[in-house]
Design a binder for this molecule. Sequence first.
Ligand code: PGA
Ligand code: ZN
Length: 436
Amino acid sequence: SVLSIHASQRLDSRGKPTVQVDLTTVHGSFRAIVPSGASKGDYEAVELRDGDYEAFQGNGVLKACQNVDSVLGPQIAKSGLDPAYDLKKIDELMIQLDGTKDKSKLGANAILGISMAAARAGAAARGLELYEFLAGESGLPQADYVMPVPFMNVLNGGDHSGNAMAFQEFMIAPVGASSITQAVQWNSETYAALKTIIEAKYGKAAVGLGDEGGFAPPIDRPEDALSLLVEAIAKAGHQDKIKIGIDPASQSFFKNGNYNLGFKTDQDNNLSAANLASYYRQLLHSYPVILLEDPFGQDDWDAFVDFNKDCGVELVGDDLLATNIDRVKTAVKKEACNSMLLKVNQIGTVTEAIAAGKAAYAAGWSVFVSHRSGETTDDFIADLTVGIRAGHLKSGAPARGERVAKYNRLMDIEDNLRYRERNFSYAGENFRFAYT
Ligand code: PGA
Ligand code: ZN
């Protein structure tokens, strides 16, 4: 059982306060730190912020920490629930103590920190690696493991950078590699090649980084971003083996019924959903794109449903679904997309995130695990991706500590599996259906 839980205010990768939780059992003290998004959807669980403008522009999380120390922690300790076997019940107790639908009373940041730390404590109590423990929680097979394809965001736009590019993320996906170690190497080589190309085309000042560690050169046409990637992949020698994913995060530029690709400049460039859809089709036709996330806004169901009919790529719902099982079920019924983005802090507990992912699997969809643009060196999602056999994850560029922490952990997991002579494979081309 849990002896005590303590939370502290620490910083995330954007320098904003976030919640760090230390949960203590007889097996030791277990830590988790909570991430935070910039292009957040309306259907996400609520991150409690102090709103005291004397400190951190109102972004402090001292109230959330206080809720851990004086409400959630003591109640969990009193309950006698054991992280080794009762993670779901611990999450349920926190949901009940909060009492709101969106965790706005005690804060999804407070609740998630405990949920993640409890999973770590549970794994330790049972002598398991975290990915094994999470595989057990998910009820998915544990006879072998599937290492994910790392989708690395190497060109940053949208709300994550200062350039004029409306689309938020351009990712490289080494589906033709044979292991996570090789996949990381290929992406790193492509990232280096991309830097050389950007320097040559746009000058030395153009290789500054966005929030997720990707470059943010002075470009605004998605075609230019995609051409840069194609060139970098070829220059690094990985042509045809590394494919591309795009997350326009289009909710960020949806306004008054239109999608404004000029939203970061004073030059409006408004497209209707139908025109934006034909533009996407053109891009998918011209470049080796295999994944498209949030091409339309979080309430633009009709546009999603129409595009999903014949898009031919993995169509991921992020803001659309918010890792919320009810929204997943609605989207399955409407046939609005074919993949769920999984961000633990969108829903606020580990077991609810896994349940939403399993609902996606049950519909024959894929699950794409994701970091947030505001991150920490906590590498929880690496283990989660392996544990639930998601087959792919995104954690930003192969640069900056909070991004590479996840990729480095995946390589640790691969080494660990090899050392223990466990069966495992690399998802590769089958990244969407690694769970089947
Ligand atoms: P966010 O962006 O973490 O800033 O919300 C990530 C995404 O849109 O996938
Ligand atoms: Zn997204």
